[in-house]
Write a protein of this length. Structure first.
Length: 152
C-alpha cells in the first residue's frame, strides 16, 4: 500500500534528461516555469532556494546530485511551523525515454499531514506541467499562482 503522506508524480517530458536537469537546477531555467527568484547550488550540501509564487520561499539543501539523472533535496517553507525549511525530502529521477524524451519521477516525502500532502500534490502537478511545457519548447504563460502565499 502506498504511503498516504508521500506525493508521487510521474510525467513524460518531451526533452532529453540534460535539458530537464537544467530546468530543475539552473536558477534562470527554473524561473522559466516556476517562481520569481531562485538560487541553487546543485551539489551535496548546497542551497536550494526558490520564491515559488513571489510571496513564499521554498528552502532546503541538496542531498544528492547525479547530473542529468537524479536530484534529492530537503524542502520546506520559510516562516512555516508545519513544513519548515528542510523538513521534507524531494527526490527526482530522470529516466531517458528514447528517442528524445524523459520520464520525470518525483517523490516528496516527510510531509506531516494528509492536508499538506494534498496541497503539495496540487502544487507539484501545477509546476511539473509548466516544466513539461517549457521543456517541449512551449510558453506556459504567466503563472496564475503568482502572489499565492499558501500560509499554514
Amino acid at each position: 500500500m502506498a504511503d498516504p503522506l508521500v506525493v508521487h508524480r510521474e510525467t513524460r517530458v518531451a526533452a532529453p534528461p540534460a535539458a530537464v536537469f537544467a530546468l530543475l537546477t539552473d536558477p534562470q531555467q527554473i524561473l522559466r516555469w516556476m517562481g520569481t527568484e531562485a538560487q541553487t547550488e546543485p551539489h551535496p550540501g548546497g542551497l536550494y532556494l526558490v520564491n515559488v509564487t513571489g510571496a513564499r520561499f521554498a528552502r532546503g539543501s541538496f542531498r544528492e546530485v547525479v547530473p542529468v539523472h537524479r536530484l534529492a533535496y530537503s524542502f520546506g517553507w520559510d516562516g512555516s511551523t508545519v513544513v519548515p525549511p528542510g523538513s521534507s525530502l524531494v527526490e527526482i529521477d530522470l529516466i531517458e525515454q528514447p528517442p528524445d524524451g524523459t520520464l520525470l519521477r518525483m517523490t516528496h516525502s516527510g510531509l506531516p499531514t494528509a492536508e499538506q500532502c494534498a496541497g503539495h500534490a496540487e502544487g507539484w502537478a501545477h509546476y511539473i506541467e509548466r516544466l513539461a511545457e517549457v521543456a517541449a519548447g512551449r510558453d506556459p504563460g504567466p503563472d496564475p499562482w503568482l502572489g499565492r502565499d499558501g500560509r499554514d
